[in-house]
Design a protein around this ligand. Structure first.
Ligand SMILES: [Ca+2]
Ligand SMILES: [Ca+2]
Length: 383
């Protein structure tokens, strides 16, 4: 049967756009001869557009019948929701009872996974909208610490011995030369590359990297070539800031690196290292993470942190230190931090620092990272 709940009449002209999220409720008498019925519930709001998304619940208010309901939104209209109410405690209809409908409507399309918190609950790809109004797919972690994490980038090394060669997008694809002493600038610019389904097989950077403003950043270590459905289950380290670190850096990594640019031979080692933050681990621990680095490097890092824009002995800059920060008076940062844009006029040996994975692979094994680390991608999320 159809039960139309009374509507509030929208007779006033609505001049200002109603945005954001609205919560409301309505009570109405509903009966059904079968276990499902269709109900229309008005918002009592004068909206000037159709909401983007809605959720609703239905609860029996009268005690004389035991009734439990689930709801499915059949249609979202400008003035009402069309809801299918299904009795779930048993497969039959019910006598007239007072049902309380509670609804939430979302006026705007989401521009982040965080906008989908409370609506979506699975770790998977969702569509979000960029600042031009175009939809694009992103991978959302909707379970870690309540969810809402947007995958914005992955750093992948396709040729660890190729030093600033093709595929080294997070350092330079244009060689370790005087023309590109500062790399290709992708930590700071508006380029995008790669795609969400292949974020474990190649470099990835989407619009959210620079359009989204988050409070915290999360890093996953995921083996190369992992399929999208297994990003989380295959990850062997997951760690994140929980202190609003990212908001203090302007909201994203672009703003962070615009404040702390990657420039070779410009900054002082030690004194000019960029910001760091403690992290909490959702997978792995700081003790196991420390063992990912060469035995000599383990003495130069403090695990349980992330750090950005570190400066080494030779005054090269490195973008992201993986789950560690560099100890005071230690400068071999190229062995624990990725995204190195080394250039040194007249010193060809230092080419070994150039490339997406900097010197995670080194001629002396005591400075080399584990093969596990060298054959993994580092995924970056914001929330
Ligand atoms: Ca390389
Ligand atoms: Ca790469």
């Amino acid at each position: 049967m159809l039960c139309t709940v009374v509507f509030f009449a929208c007779i006033t002209f609505v001049s200002s756009e109603i945005t954001g999220l609205h919560i409301g409720g309505f009570e109405g008498m509903v009966a059904s001869t079968t276990n499902k019925t269709r109900v229309e519930v008005g918002y009592n709001l004068c909206l000037n557009s159709v909401p983007y998304h809605a959720i609703a619940t239905a609860i029996n208010k009268w005690a004389d019948q035991y009734l439990e309901f689930s709801t499915t939104i059949l249609e979202i209209k400008q003035d009402r929701l069309v809801i299918e109410v299904t009795r779930v405690d048993q497969n039959s209809g019910w006598d007239a009872t007072l049902i309380h409908f509670k609804w939430t409507i979302y006026m705007n399309p989401p521009d982040s996974c965080n906008d989908l918190r409370g609506i979506e609950h699975k770790d998977k790809v969702y569509m979000i909208t960029d600042s031009d109004g175009l939809e694009y797919p992103v991978y959302c972690d909707m379970t870690t610490d309540g969810g809402g994490w947007t995958l914005v980038a992955s750093i992948h090394e396709n040729d660890i011995n190729g030093k600033c060669t093709a595929g080294d997008r997070w350092s330079s694809e244009h060689g370790n030369s005087a023309e590109h002493p500062h790399g290709d600038g992708n930590w700071e610019n508006n380029n995008t590359f790669g795609d969400v389904a292949h974020a474990a097989s190649d470099d990835y950077k989407n619009d959210a990297y620079f359009q989204l403003n988050g409070s915290d950043v999360m890093i996953w270590h995921v083996p190369n070539n992992t399929l999208l459905q297994r990003y989380k289950s295959s990850s062997y380290f997951r760690y994140r800031t929980s202190n609003g670190f990212l908001s203090k850096q302007g909201g994203n990594l672009q703003t962070l690196f615009q404040r702390f640019p990657l420039r070779d031979n410009k900054y002082q080692r030690g004194a000019d290292n960029g910001p760091s933050s403690s992290v909490v681990f959702d997978k792995g621990s700081k003790n196991t993470l420390a063992k990912e680095f060469g035995t000599s490097m383990q003495g130069e890092v403090e695990p349980g942190y992330i750090q950005f824009r570190t400066i080494n002995y030779e005054h090269s800059a490195f973008a992201l230190c993986l789950g560690v920060r560099i100890k005071p008076n230690k400068y071999n940062t190229e062995h624990a931090c990725v995204g190195g844009t080394s250039y040194h006029n007249g010193d060809g040996d230092l080419k070994v620092y150039c490339g997406d994975y900097s010197a995670l692979e080194f001629i002396e094994s005591r400075w080399s990272a584990t093969s596990q680390l060298k054959t993994s991608v580092f995924m970056v999320f914001y929330r």
